[in-house]
Each structure stands twice: as C-alpha cells, then as structure tokens.
Design a protein around this ligand. Structure first.
Ligand SMILES: Nc1nc2c(ncn2[C@@H]2O[C@H](COP(=O)(O)OP(=O)(O)OP(=O)(O)O)[C@@H](O)[C@H]2O)c(=O)[nH]1
Ligand SMILES: [Mg+2]
Length: 317
C-alpha cells in the first residue's frame, strides 16, 4: 500500500467523523457562515486538534467569511490541512542508514504501559532490516515475564537478534550486554525495549535513568535517540504523564502508536504543541508493516475527504 494511502486509512475514523459532523452542520445551511462556526469549533475540538490549532483554523475561516460571507466546504478542508501541516513539523528519513548518527545507532523506547512500545519496536526492527541495517533488540523490560516472550516473537518475525536475560533480572545489565554484543557483532542499530509500569512511577523513572547511564558507560553518546511512545487512543489524557517521561528522560522524539484506532486523529497537533518534540513515526496497525515515517503533508491531507490521490499519484514508499 502506498505511503500516503496508509496515512489516509489510519485517519479514516477521524476524517469520517469530521465529515459526518460537518455535514450535519451544513445540512440546512449548505455553507459555513458565522452562525455555524461555533459548531465547527466543537467538531474540531472533538477530534483532539487542540485549542490553539482550532482557534487558528476558526480565525482563518472568519477572515474568509468576512470577505465572502460564507465558506465553501472545499475551502474549509483546505484551510484545515494548511493549519495542520504548519503545526506538525518536519519530516525525517528515519530508516535511512546514511542518516544514522553513529554505529551502532542506539534507540531507547520509553512510554507508559500499554501504549505500544514493544509492538512498535518489532515494526521498527522490520523497517530497519528492510532498509539494509542489522538490528539488535535489548529486552530491558524484565519486570513482566510475558514481556520478554512478546519481544522474542517480534524479533523472530522481523528476523533480528535479541539480547535477553531471565525475567526479574536487572534491566540495566541486559542493556550493558546488548551494547557489548552490538559492538562485537558490528550491528547498525540497537533498540531498547523498556517497562511501562513498575510498582510506583518514581521507581520506573529511576530504572530508566539507570538504563540510560549504563548505555553511556558503553557508548558515551548513547542512546542517540530516546523516543517516547504515545497512544493516540488515550489522546489528551495520556499527555500529562507523557510530559513527565519527556522531561525526566530527556526524550528526543515522539512515536504516535494506534493512530488507526481512534476518531481523534487530530491528536498529533496537541502532542506537538504540548510536548514540543518532533513526531518521528506513527503506528497505523498491529501488523509488521504498520509503521510509517511521519510526513506532515500526508498527515494533513489525511483530513481532506475524497480528493485523494490526484496530486499524490505514484507516490509510494
Ligand atoms: N491498532 C493498533 N494497535 C496497536 C498499535 N501498536 C500497538 N498496538 C496494540 O496495543 C497493545 C499494547 O501494545 P504493546 O506493544 O504490548 O505495548 P507496550 O507499551 O509494550 O506495553 P507494556 O510493555 O505493557 O508497557 C497490543 O495489543 C498491540 O497489538 C497500532 O499502531 N495500532
Ligand atoms: Mg512492552
């Protein structure tokens, strides 16, 4: 499936919801005017676009209404996609070996329990491999017995190496071994899976910090990326916890998982706004291939119904 189409599909729930509600608004009016702007504002907020982006969209629309008295639906979607695109930031060629900061390129994955860390790591490993890199995964979530098995299954699917210890063992020791193994095996990429919940939050953060220190002991610049996974389905509710992770762990970027599972696909804007980190990857399903680089323009176009691919024709990954 094409790159753009996949983003489009992952935003299907959001777009359909938006289109239905907008249609309800305009069913009597045919066009959006000042009277219907408030309803529109609610619709945008309900898609988790966040207050500021919504205000910006509304004020752009107000300008047009001032000039023309109303807005055509096409203009509405165009304005929406412009604002979305401006908000969400840069695109990055994440899996391209030529752009790696070091060898091994060490990536630590963090986030609250259940957000999609382990699944995302499986998909990332697959993408790195497909792009010609060798990958080693470190099973540093040793707190849940099933966590190691789950990661092993993903490593097997992706066809990559895994370093693991017994469940209950010290995660930092796993990472230490993984770093050494990666160097001696001359691996291109190391991805570290971590726990999302311990007995208390403070302990978890301390554990994660310890993993971070152990990384640095082996390779001073590592981890080169600390990516914070956020669950699109939890939306705004997960963001305050994510902030704690971001600040204490000095995260370098965001992965939004489960973008396919929500009607609040506008969450990327709120995330960007509140965490102020680049969005690097998005998860669009539970399969091996359901991970995409975040492309602002494609994401923005995902909100626009029907007109689809004309301009994007032929763009595949
Ligand atoms: N629809 C959908 N489901 C996903 C996606 N990513 C992960 N999931 C599902 O979310 C659930 C949790 O995923 P995990 O990868 O185990 O999450 P985790 O963050 O490792 O969880 P803990 O290890 O318990 O902290 C699983 O059922 C996954 O299949 C996605 O992009 N889309
Ligand atoms: Mg996990």
């Amino acid at each position: 499936m094409g790159f753009f189409q996949s983003i489009k599909d992952s935003l299907k729930k959001t777009r359909d919801g938006l289109v239905n509600k907008v249609q309800t608004i305009i069913v009597t009016k045919k066009k959006i005017d000042n009277d219907t702007l408030e309803d529109l504002e609610e619709v945008l907020i309900a898609s988790d676009l966040g207050t500021e982006p919504t205000n910006e969209i509304i004020s752009k629309l107000k300008e047009r209404i001032k000039k023309e008295g109303f807005i055509e639906i096409d203009d509405l979607y165009e304005t929406l996609s412009e604002v979305v695109c401006d908000y969400v930031g840069e695109e990055r060629d994440f899996f391209n070996k030529d752009t790696f900061p070091a060898k091994p390129f060490v990536i630590m994955i963090i986030g609250i329990n259940g957000v999609g860390k382990t699944t995302t790591i499986g998909k990332m490993a697959h993408r790195f491999r497909a792009a010609g890199s060798s990958v080693l995964i470190a099973a540093a979530d040793t707190f849940r017995a099933a966590a190691i098995e789950q990661l092993e299954i993903w490593a097997e699917r992706a066809g990559v190496d895994i370093v693991k210890h017994k469940s209950g063992s010290d995660p930092a020791a796993v990472v230490f071994d993984a770093m050494n193994a990666a160097r001696s095996r001359n691996m291109d990429v190391v991805i570290i899976d971590t726990a999302g919940r311990l007995h208390t939050k403070t302990n978890l953060i301390e554990e994660l910090k310890k993993i971070n220190r152990i990384c640095k002991r082996a390779i001073p610049e590592a981890p080169h990326e600390t990516l914070l996974v956020i669950d699109a389905i939890t939306g705004q509710n997960g963001l305050s916890q994510a902030k704690v992770f971001k600040e204490t762990m000095d995260a370098s970027g965001i992965i939004i998982a489960k973008l396919d599972g929500t009607a609040k696909g506008g969450i990327a804007l709120s995330i960007k706004r509140q965490l102020d980190l680049p969005i690097v990857l998005i998860g669009t399903g539970e399969g091996l291939d359901d991970l995409r680089e975040f492309v602002p323009k494609d994401y923005a176009m995902g909100f626009v119904p029907n007109k689809e691919i004309e301009e994007e024709n032929g763009k595949t990954d």
